[in-house]
Unconditional design. Sequence first.
Length: 215
Amino acid sequence: SGTALPALLAAVNADGSDYAYIASERLGRTSSKEQYAYFYDQSTVVLTAPGITYPEPEGTDPFHRQPFIAPFAACGGTFDAVYIVVHTDPDEATEEIDALDAVVEYSRGIYPAEQDFIVLGDLNADGSYFDEDGATTMRCEEYTWLITNDFDTTTKSTDVTYDRIIITGGASTDYTGEAGVFRFDTAYGLNQTMTEAVSDHYPVYAIFWTGRDGD
């Protein structure tokens, strides 16, 4: 019905906060569609250009749901970065993760002055979907995986690292070294039923310096 995102925004801003969001169109190869959205605090972060849905090269279809690309900058600081969010299809997670390098290269062409790119989302990057220790185009000197294989990003009995944050080399000097999984069940004293009613995934996070960016 298109009401979920405005309702979430209203709830987040109910305490006087000043969040906004941008959302992609509904994406998916089948009748089942999903949307990406970035929620951001306008008192600390500014969107510097409209979001872009990755245009797959003609004759190709590497993603079930194309990544959604958006550039943000810190207010009152120097840190800016281009974010690339994706939810891979579990049955094609390996192929889609390997295709993300091409999305980063496309983004470099759109934002040639930018050196900081952050790939994030539910990559299904573990378990039977993806060999987390195997070779991939996203594991090379250019990329650092901040959410590493030892994290569990799911709220159920599984112990897997589906959700990831991956940065390019340019962002490494701005990264504080702190990243992890937010255990909202522990933070808010939720039982398992209540936790799974919220989500079967935990949020993941990474923290960056806002005043050290040189590009």
